[in-house]
Design a protein around this ligand. Structure first.
Ligand SMILES: Cc1cc2nc3c(=O)[nH]c(=O)nc-3n(C[C@H](O)[C@H](O)[C@H](O)COP(=O)(O)OP(=O)(O)OC[C@H]3O[C@@H](n4cnc5c(N)ncnc54)[C@H](O)[C@@H]3O)c2cc1C
Length: 357
């Protein structure tokens, strides 16, 4: 990937030739059962895969994480056997990218305030509304989407549906022109009288939002791993540069001010990694990890922001230009304190868990 990172960033889209290559490495079905063609790896192994991708190109890691950890994971966790058999093999083989639509223009952190509706008409559900900021919204072949099926029941009146690109009434809307993570497509998805057979509902009617929270508990471990990988990549770039760059007759790594930045970065990355693997380990043991995954996501993403900032600082002016990797880490990193729940929302989740004990 490394030689293409800037080319993909400038092209502003997920490069299609990557998909079969990632799939051949087993990275499009990391945690799914072998009967669907998956790699059947553990959550800890999933973290290591996402971390290693993010170390080189965080945008590709984001696409792989959204595909595995949101779309395919939702079908795997709550889909019927028929839905799993219909969608998981093509997702795992990399025939299509997966997308997952929760967020709307006026319902981000408060996702339960969504306006997209699914109204029952005979044997079908008819979807109307629009989802915003959807990873692979313009290119995903399979989409899991949340919609209100009974407004009177608030968050217990939201259900999930799975559909394929090309379904009449579903189309991509605005493609976002982003600060970072530009090699990962982020687009609006619009539904206009989109009719889906009842069999396309994923999980029970009214359970879509509750299931979403469970998907996000695990998904956040992936974003924590992405943060660890990005921070590791930025730290390694900063360390190499500090050893090479000479000022005042010596490598800048000889200055204590630079050494402390590197020491703090290495320490915080290690702490982030341990929090992340711990949350993943709990998931592997089938234990609840709402608090631990939120802690890992919060700490690792905020650490990554700090490390990417210091990486630019250590590079000086060269950190501000595109000939060095520092500026891209600095742009990509900010998504990590926002996507799959902002830092404020992670604190809210953690505090709720602490106070309910
Ligand atoms: C590149 C990218 C990819 C994405 N991919 C997907 C995807 O695939 N699928 C999907 O469904 N969504 C996706 N999202 C959406 C993402 O999850 C949301 O942007 C995020 O949840 C925040 O929602 P918002 O942008 O509406 O911000 P808002 O909710 O409007 O938040 C604005 C600010 O207010 C703060 N805030 C909000 N509520 C509270 C509160 N109760 N207490 C304290 N502070 C609060 C927030 O923390 C934030 O600082 C993506 C976003 C981006 C940028």
């Amino acid at each position: 990937m490394r030689p293409h990172v800037m080319e993909w960033d400038e092209a502003q889209g997920f490069s299609p030739e990557l998909l079969p290559k990632l799939a051949n490495l087993g990275l499009m079905g990391i945690q799914f059962a072998e009967e669907y063609g998956g790699s059947a790896m553990s959550a800890v192994n999933y973290c290591i895969c996402i971390e290693e991708l993010a170390r080189v190109d965080p945008a590709i890691a984001l696409s792989v994480a959204a595909h595995n950890g949101l779309c395919a994971a939702h079908i795997n966790m709550f889909g019927t056997d028929a839905q799993k058999a219909a969608y998981l093999p093509k997702l795992v083989k990399g025939e299509v990218l997966g997308a997952w639509g929760l967020t709307e223009a006026n319902a981000g952190s408060d996702a339960a305030a969504m306006r997209t509706t699914a109204v029952r008409q005979g044997t079908c559900w008819v979807l109307n509304g629009a989802k915003t900021f959807i990873t692979h919204g313009a290119i995903g072949g399979v989409l899991v989407v949340m919609a209100v099926t009974d407004r009177s029941k608030a968050h217990r009146g939201i259900s999930a549906f799975v559909l394929e690109r090309g379904t009449p009434g579903m189309r991509a809307g605005k493609k976002e022109n982003k600060l970072g993570m530009r090699a990962s497509d982020t687009s609006e998805v619009i539904f206009e009288d989109c009719r889906l057979p009842a069999a396309q509902m994923v999980g029970e009617e009214g359970q879509g939002f509750i299931n979403t929270l469970q998907v996000l508990d695990a998904g956040r471990i992936g974003i924590a791993a992405l943060s660890v990988g990005l921070a590791q990549g930025a730290y390694e770039a900063a360390r190499s540069y500090a050893k090479e760059r000479r000022q005042f007759g010596q490598p800048i790594a000889a200055f204590q001010a630079i050494q402390w930045k590197l020491a703090d970065a290495a320490t915080k990355i290690e702490a982030s990694r341990l929090l992340t693997y711990r949350a993943a380990f709990l998931k592997d043991r089938g234990q609840r990890m709402t608090k631990e995954s939120a802690m890992a996501k919060l700490y690792a993403s905020e650490t990554a922001v700090r490390v990417a900032d210091d990486c630019v600082q250590i590079h000086g002016g060269y950190g501000f230009v595109k000939d060095y990797p520092a500026e891209k880490y600095f742009r990509d990193v900010k998504l990590l304190t926002i996507g799959e729940g902002t830092s404020e929302i992670q604190r809210l989740v953690i505090a709720r868990q602490l106070l309910s004990q």
